[in-house]
Design a protein around this ligand. Sequence first.
Ligand SMILES: Cc1cc2nc3c(=O)[nH]c(=O)nc-3n(C[C@H](O)[C@H](O)[C@H](O)COP(=O)(O)OP(=O)(O)OC[C@H]3O[C@@H](n4cnc5c(N)ncnc54)[C@H](O)[C@@H]3O)c2cc1C
Length: 306
Amino acid sequence: MSADVVLGCDGANSTVRGIIGAELEDLRFEERWLVVDGVCDGDLGAWGGVHQVCDPRRAATFMQLGMLRYRWEFRLHPGESTVDLDTLLTPWLGTIGVRVVRRAEYIFRARIADRWRAGPVFLLGDAAHQTPPFIGQGLGAGLRDAYNLAWKLADGDPRLLDTYEAERKPHALAQIRLAIVAGWAMTGGQDRAAAVRRVVLGAIWRLPGLKGLALRSTSPPLRLARRGRRAGRLAPQPSVVQKGRTVRLDEVLGGGWATLYFGKASGPVVGRAIEVTPELDPSGGLRRWLRGRTVVLRPDRVVHRG
Ligand SMILES: Cc1cc2nc3c(=O)[nH]c(=O)nc-3n(C[C@H](O)[C@H](O)[C@H](O)COP(=O)(O)OP(=O)(O)OC[C@H]3O[C@@H](n4cnc5c(N)ncnc54)[C@H](O)[C@@H]3O)c2cc1C
């Protein structure tokens, strides 16, 4: 079985970027990867998480997508246009057969637009920033852009709209840089300095803070005015109990501003007032996060004050 590598797609909307005169800054990461989806004749009996193969000769990613559907991602060498899928897949399959149902080449890049706004036109998602997918945050970052922008558009205050790029760009940049480090540590790169870099980055990667941040997919805080130590952080999303039903906190918060407090609220209550009682929060997780403070959440679930 052989596969001709097909044209890739970088997910960018270059036309709108071009119209508003924005340019993509290259953050110096580029790798070609082949993504292959296959349906197997039987269960491969693999561990259920995402496998990252840190082989400098052929870095790869593997995951189960459905009952018998699996995805393999293989890094391509510079100039490589044809790969022998049999050779690549056999170590995973053993005697089990596979029907390849999709294959596509992607170019993993790290780029960020130098401006995200021109008048009433805003960039968000991959049009504003592209990241290698090693910490699985590309779509997440785009969704956060959308949440950040949507409530500001609905509010209608032009000064608020000015804060969209100021808040989101440093955040997206931090996540891209983390993904680059994770990618280099996991795949080693392909140039001559790769061996040295693998050792250095492997050591950095063992630092508990960095590794924990990437593995938990924790979002770095937005740089907001200091209105408490959690200002700029994303609110947690624990299960809570409302009218006898276990629901996610989102359902209780509703769509707008909300103030969470335990006992008595301190400072002005903004939006929906929610007392975090033991009935609402039987596990105590939300109260532990509040630590006795009153927390004001923006509609995008970012802590405004608290
Ligand atoms: C192999 C791979 C693995 C990934 N894994 C993850 C992961 O684990 N977690 C994660 O969070 N992210 C991941 N990502 C990233 C994620 O897929 C992207 O960040 C996300 O799809 C970007 O969404 P978007 O809506 O901004 O852009 P897109 O998905 O590119 O959507 C833009 C849409 O606009 C359309 N369009 C373009 N121009 C026009 C036009 N002029 N008029 C009308 N329509 C237009 C396009 O056709 C497209 O449908 C991965 C990406 C790749 C390639």
